[in-house]
Design a binder for this molecule. Sequence first.
Ligand code: DAH
Length: 330
Amino acid sequence: MEDLKHRITAAADLAELEKIRIEIFGKKGILASRFAKLKEIPGPEKKAYAEGLNRQKEELTQAFEARKAALEREALERQMAAEALDVSLYGKLHLKGALHPVRETMDRIVEYFTALNFAVESGPMVEDDFHNFEALNLPKHHPARDMQDTFYFADGTLLRTHTSPVQIRTMMRSKPPIRIIAPGAVFRRDYDLTHTPMFHQVEGLVVEEGDSVSFANLKWILTDFLRHMFGEVEVRFRPSFFPFTEPSAEVDISCIFCKGEGCRVCSRTGWLEVLGCGVVDPNVFEAVGYKNVSGYAFGLGVERFAMLLHRIPDLRSLFEGDIRLLEQFR
Ligand code: DAH
């Protein structure tokens, strides 16, 4: 009996324990043969013998169940140890990329207008005098050409100083109605805190037949657009001059930093100038051969928007390719 118990508790694994179980508890097992002897036992001793056997069976069953539970726990623990993950190990490093703030700002501007069914147009960066100046009502020797310091090539072509020539190219290759924006790089001989020789503009142009397009349409869309970009700002249209629009306006938003109180960024005026616009000048329509049409146009500097939106103090930092700047926009 003690010997059987010992074999149970010494079983090394579940397979061995199962063998022992069959040997002891099986149909032809040790216990079965002992119970079979019961009928050979003489009457008076039968009861004591049977009780002894039952006690044995009881004890062996307990020993078996205990060993089985222990072996199962061991097996489970072994399996868990084998499958364990070392959570203190360093994982693979996945560096997140970032859009350049100019790209991201440009995308947001373009998204606003494409949602309103504006088509996105582009034109060459190397332009000629006609598209960059002449057709935009800036005749040779016009004093307004002094507003833009131009990079000229020897053959008289130039790097476009604004995206407005895309207006001319679009009108000359299509008919009204026109509803476009033209994002792209432009070039000027300028270099300081707020000017770089290359920067980006988005031009807008809407032209319809007849006189249906007015300054009121322009005012509505630019107000809505600026609130889309800057949140709940005040928008102010200030009379100004551009050769290609009449009347012309510069558009200001209430300073997003001081809420109009007056601070360093807005030079204590409470206002930030953000774009130029106007009703297309009849001379521009004449240059492209349009008659009986009306339209509005606007132009804005993308870097200026990006600087305001992200509080970037020096425009030049946008083009130095310093990874530490980009890392801030992840
Ligand atoms: N072309 C102008 C510039 O480079 C911006 C501009 C102002 C464009 C008014 C327009 C406009 O279309 O109507 O400064």
